[in-house]
Design a protein around this ligand. Sequence first.
Ligand code: NAP
Length: 254
Amino acid sequence: MIPHPQKESAIEKRVAIVTGASRGIGRAVAMRLARDGRHVVGIARNEEQLAALAATISAAGGSIETAVCDVGDGAALAAAIETVAERHGRLDIIVNNAGITRDGLILRMSDEDFDDVIRVNLRSAFVACRSAARPMMRGRFGRIVNVGSVSGITGNPGQANYSAAKAGLIGLTKSVAKELGGKGITANLIAPGFIESDMTSVLPTALKESVLPAIAVRKFGVGDDIAAAAAYLTSDEAGYVTGHVLQVDGGLGM
Ligand code: NAP
């Protein structure tokens, strides 16, 4: 973990950690939260892409720092979150977005592919919620957003590991919402449908064409669609929304 501190003193802005901020949906969320006046802490493994994000946000007048961290390494993730909270004297928002796929039919899915997806997509969010809870409780304010998937609601052939992780995130989110609601902390889950990103660009064209008719709005989503939902759920105004699963899927998961 290599932190890139910008400020060492307490900060007035709401501090928002976004995991998986180097590209795709997480990048769009980081850009949006920075535009909305948050101090963003972008976490991912790719240092170059994080640096590019930081340059873009800084050039637009936003406030950003980055931390290179593998969220699958629980100790490193906890340390990264605690460092941010200590440095700024606060932690207001966390968007647990980092995720991977290791698709395969169940007969051929290895234990390793199952465990990797659970570790990166589910256990990381558990570690992040646990680490974020204390500073959020201290501030009597918190907005936790976990990024799930429509696959976690409907299931998906070839994604037993991914769907299990994403379904697990729903249980995690609702439990955290019930535990921490009395402390001014909300926890919600965004379930994206089919969003254009590196994760989906590798899928065969035939598969994409077969999905399109099942999407009510007849188009794939973009990162900004998820970022808009994250902006709302992490806003001060969303304090009465918790334990909610918000499908942002163009109607795919109906
Ligand atoms: P993406 O383009 O593949 O980006 C994934 C992000 O997660 C990258 O920033 C990546 O950064 C980060 N990441 C992956 N493994 C990591 C690790 N071990 N430690 C730290 N960061 C890690 O995927 P995306 O489409 O933006 O997906 C973002 C989230 O949305 C995921 O949770 C995904 O499951 C969910 N989702 C996506 C779709 C979709 O259609 N795209 C649909 C439903 C749900 P580094 O490689 O730099 O570490």
